[in-house]
Structures are given as C-alpha cells and as structure tokens.
Design a binder for this molecule. Sequence first.
Ligand code: MN
Length: 214
Amino acid sequence: MSEKDALRTYRRKRDFGRTAEPRGEDTAPGNAPRFVVQIHDASRMHFDFRLEVDGVLKSWSVPKGPSTDPHDKRLAVPTEDHPLEYREFEGVIPKGEYGGGTVIVWDQGTYQPLSHDRRGRAVPFARSLEQGHATFRLDGTKLHGGYALTRFRGGGRSGGGRAGEEAWLLVKSGDDTATHDGHGTPDPHRARSARTGRTLRQVAEESGNGGGEA
Ligand code: MN
C-alpha cells in the first residue's frame, strides 16, 4: 500500500476546511506539486496564487482572485518566490511590516502540469513559465480543473526585465469544471479558510485577543 493510500481513511473522516489537523500531504518526494491561494487583506485586498516549482512557491498577486469562469481574465502580477512552508501560513502580518495585514489560506491542493510542446512532449513546468505560458490542472478544496497563466507584458531577455514589470493573466480553461454564472469568485470578506474554516475577520480577532497566553 502506498503512503498516499495509507492516509485515505484518515482523510475521509475529516473535513479539512473545518479542522486544523494536518492533512498529511507533506510526505514522500514524488507527490504531485502543491498549490495554495491565500487571501491577503493588505493595503489593497488581493489573492496570492502560488505554485510549487523546483522547491519554491512561484507567486503571483491576483487582485480580483482566480475565477471559475473562463471569460474572466484575471490580472496576475509576479511577486517574489516564497518558501514551501508559506503554503501553511495563516495569521496577521504586523502593521508596518512588509505586506502588513491578515492572511488566510483560501484554497490548497495539488496541481498537474499540462504544458506540451508542438510534438506533444511534456515541457518542464519551470520552462513553460520562463516561456510565458503554462497550463495546469488544479485539484484543490475549491478550485478544480484546468487553468492557464500567460505573460502578456515584460519578461524580456534573461535578466532584462525586473519581475515587477511583468504582467500575466490567470484564466480558467473551458472544461467541465468551468462555471458561467458570473459568480466565479468569492467575496474575500466572507470567504473561509480551507485550512481552518475561518474568515479574515476571525483570524484577525483571534490574533488580536491571543496575546496574553503563551
Ligand atoms: Mn500578498
């Protein structure tokens, strides 16, 4: 029995949107790479979309958040690579610090790279990102199915353009997991953590009230 199968019963008994217990994903190498979408109530509310690539979390700030509607082309601005452990971060970044504000893990899961070259051969995901177009399938708590990230500005010759000048689009693929009802993105104020079920407000309140105890 594989390690993955060994945890099947454990997982089936639990709703990981409601319990803080570990899901037990951080096991053997060779597992599917992970993704996380955090909601970050900073000076400007935004979603942070992160994909595990070669030992780091490649990251984009998505002001409106990922949509399940293929008609929504969502601006995604690259930010610095984050450590893998960041996918578990939920809490309050102190005011005045970089990114000060509350963070919740809105969605988490694994993804499957789908990029292929013209001959149908799989392209390493990192290279498809370098080339400015990557397709992948998400298997998250909330997000499912195909998505594409496409660079439409910046990203010139090696080292020629700073990451801050790049702009990408995050777009849902028109597959059977797509929606077309005009409600492809949740209200970030009402959205709940996929890890703890908490809203931004609840995380902020618990952080503010928890100072007295060790
Ligand atoms: Mn952020």
